[in-house]
Design a protein. Structure first.
Length: 457
């Protein structure tokens, strides 16, 4: 293993116009087989490719493991013809194409098809045909299925989400071998799902291949949820696939077929999980299902208030309010924030000062005009589905609510808050609402985060 560490460090240090990609490891090693991941830059030349061959030769002199060009392949993606010819002439490798077999498994860059699993089906057929000359009893066939035939699919099931067609073909072969053996006659006396039941339940304890595949895939999800730092796959997914976000808040669009299949297994393990919040470093407040109600982002409204009308009526009030037209909304907002002349109502200058402070804090574009005119201006300005305008609409609704709450406190309780504290609370509330959404990684999202002073990760 120290020799492979030496090789990895030298590959990184000798990188010229070829470089190791940030999205892949330098080496993948198993005994005498290893793969080198690299990326050829646009301004390469043949001279800068020579350090790659020299490092491999030096590694062979130290370890005795020389590269065999006849057994080595060069796999390229979206490369020009001149680049391919230059690399083949320098490395003396054969030009390969996916899928290729590595560590007994097919390496594919797309969906796993039935044709990619043909080698697994052939292995099962060869094992069954090899037992054709033996007079096996029913108990012997049962033991061979559990110890040999099912174990052949465990390695594949731990690496891929197998297509259901492949699983059905495997179960068909196992079922035929169990009931017919070497003869061509016979029929299934018990349904297969009962055969796969434990012996305590009247079955033969033969593994259910579909359930086994799901269980092994859930093992990968468990490694990720427990942050298994020793796993290269966990670290890669955490950094490049999830972008250091919650796995429970992943959208399935623009994802690979294997990743979509893996994400669909999360509801299977969710009832078995117990979240330990602690100091909150490993918990996403809005997206993780740590609460009995589920993810809080699903039970909260756009104003950061719960959707339960029995406990918090303001959220339902604003949801109903925004169904009206713009002119009706302007009149409603004017009536809400312009109460009669009570002695302890919120003064008009406090409302203007609160919005002015909000404008200086997060660049809230509020005009220095009368309140009713400002509301009409905002209803014309903050329209559309743009996420920046959506944040401004939420800020306006939150400001109306908290100014109205301040008015009630001054009238009924005699308590008052400063405009600075009200503006700060509104800004923090909108920040929490933005953080609760899974915004796409786009320029608009960056602008929203910078406008509301949220660190972009």
């Amino acid at each position: 293993m120290p020799l492979f560490v030496y090789l990895s460090s030298h590959l990184d240090s000798e990188a010229g116009s070829w470089s190791v990609s940030l999205r892949s490891p330098t080496l993948s090693i198993l005994m005498e087989e290893f793969m080198v991941f690299s990326k050829v830059l646009e301004d390469y030349d043949r001279v800068t490719l020579c350090p790659l061959t020299s490092v491999l030769e030096e590694f062979g002199n130290l370890s005795g493991l020389f590269v065999n060009p006849s057994k080595s392949q060069l796999l390229l993606s979206k490369s020009a013809a001149t680049t391919i010819s230059d690399l083949l002439s320098v490395l003396n490798f054969h030009l390969g194409s996916l899928p290729v077999t590595y560590l007994g498994l097919p390496m594919v860059s797309s969906k796993l098809f039935v044709s990619d699993c043909r080698s697994l089906l052939l292995k099962v057929d060869r094992r069954i045909s090899g037992w054709g000359s033996l007079q096996l009893s029913f108990a012997a066939r049962t033991q061979l299925i559990k110890s040999v035939l099912c174990s052949l699919s465990v390695y594949w099931s731990s690496a891929f989400v197998l297509p259901k067609t492949v699983i059905h073909c495997l179960e068909k072969k196992l079922r035929k071998f169990l009931w017919q053996g070497n003869s061509s006659s016979g029929y299934a006396k018990v349904p297969w799902h009962q055969v796969c039941q434990p012996r305590e339940c009247g079955g033969l304890s033969i593994p259910d291949l579909l359930g086994l595949n799901k269980a092994l895939m859930c093992k990968h999800l468990w490694d990720f949820l427990t942050r298994k730092e020793s796993s290269i796959w966990v670290n890669w997914v955490w950094r490049f696939r999830l972008h250091k976000r919650s796995i429970w808040d992943q959208r399935q669009c623009n994802s690979t077929w294997a990743w979509r299949k893996l994400i669909k297994l999360l509801p299977l393990i969710q009832p078995k999980l117990r979240f330990h919040i602690g100091n909150g470093d490993t918990i996403w407040l809005w997206t993780d299902p740590w609460h009995s109600l589920g993810p809080l982002v699903l039970v909260s409204s756009g104003s950061c208030l719960p959707k339960r009308p029995s406990s918090h009526w303001p959220s339902i009030r604003f949801q109903t309010l925004f169904r009206y037209s713009r002119h009706e909304l302007a009149m409603a907002l004017y009536l809400i924030t312009s109460p009669p002349n009570y002695s302890r109502r919120a003064p008009a200058h406090s409302r203007r000062q609160c919005l002015s402070l909000l404008r200086s804090r997060v660049k809230f574009p509020w005009p220095h005009t009368h309140w009713s005119l400002g509301v009409v201006w905002a209803l014309v300005k903050f329209i559309g589905r743009h996420m920046i305008n959506a944040a401004y609409r939420a800020a306006l609704a939150s400001s109306v609510y908290h100014i109205w709450q301040e008015r009630n406190n001054r009238r009924f309780t005699g308590l008052s808050s400063t405009p600075e504290s009200v503006a700060a609370f509104v800004a923090d509330q909108i920040r929490l609402r933005i953080l609760s959404d899974n915004l796409p990684r786009s320029l608009q999202s960056v602008v929203v985060y910078r406008t509301w002073h949220i660190p972009w990760v």
